[in-house]
Write a protein that binds this ligand. Structure first.
Ligand SMILES: [Zn+2]
Ligand SMILES: [Zn+2]
Length: 239
């Protein structure tokens, strides 16, 4: 049985922790603390929580390779755990270890971007809010009473477009402090520099093949911007 197989069996509950630990030491020559770190590492990669003890970058790579066939979600979860670990090491100033792990993280992030439509990954708050709303008031009240008050931290993969700052600047200048949809003045000025707060939105979204050009962009007040993404569009004449 390979070491990874032992960690997997242990995680699935098919093998006791003690037995997996003993076999790692007896059959694979692991030191005690390494065996513990190894088993913990696999567990954290599966549930997305940052591990504390470090295993080698090579070992993590083997684990990630093994998770690949399970799909983007499993890989994303594992990469969240790994990034949490890297940030933990950052706090300890373990620069050399951290660098190796960062390289691993980067490599698999690349794979993730290749295999997944990231936007469609679950874990979204909106879906869970919907489930909560349709649940009974008593069930919701019970969960609220028992809920942790300090939320945990999750790490997300974000794929963003590298937008052209000149387009944003040009559109903001064109708008001259007024929303280009409702024509009202910007609702407030930026704390940073007292310029009118408007958001530059793409009429045809970049994700739908729209271009990052002045012609395809429009400066919106926050209300109109949210509406254009989440609302039902009202005819301009009814505003
Ligand atoms: Zn507006
Ligand atoms: Zn937008």
């Amino acid at each position: 049985m390979i070491a990874l197989g032992l960690a997997k069996q242990c995680e699935r509950g098919e093998l006791s922790r003690q037995s997996a630990y003993a076999q790692l030491i007896e059959q694979h020559g692991f030191a005690g603390h390494t065996a513990n770190a190894y088993l913990n590492c696999y567990k954290h990669l599966r549930n997305g929580t940052p591990m504390k003890a470090t295993v080698s970058a090579a070992a993590i790579r083997l684990m990630l390779d093994d998770l690949l066939p399970l799909g983007p979600e499993a890989l994303l979860t594992a990469l969240q755990a790994l990034m949490g670990h890297i940030q933990y090491l950052e706090g300890l100033n373990s620069i050399s270890v951290e660098r190796g792990l960062r390289a691993v993280h980067q490599k698999y992030m690349g794979q993730l971007a290749g295999i997944a439509e990231l936007e469609s990954l679950p874990g979204d708050l909106e879906r869970r809010v919907q489930a909560s709303i349709t649940d009974s008031p008593s069930a919701r009240a019970k969960r609220l009473a028992e809920a942790v008050q300090r939320p945990g931290v999750i790490y997300r993969v974000v794929r963003e477009y590298d937008r052209n700052p000149d387009v944003v600047a040009e559109v903001l200048l064109r708008a001259n402090g007024h929303c280009e949809r409702c024509s009202r003045p910007a609702p407030f000025v930026r704390r940073r520099d007292s310029t009118p707060y408007l958001e530059v939105h793409h009429v045809q979204q970049l994700a739908h093949g729209g271009d990052d050009t002045v012609a395809n962009a429009i400066a919106l007040c926050p209300n109109c911007h949210r509406e254009s993404h989440f609302g039902n569009v009202m005819p301009v004449s009814k505003r």
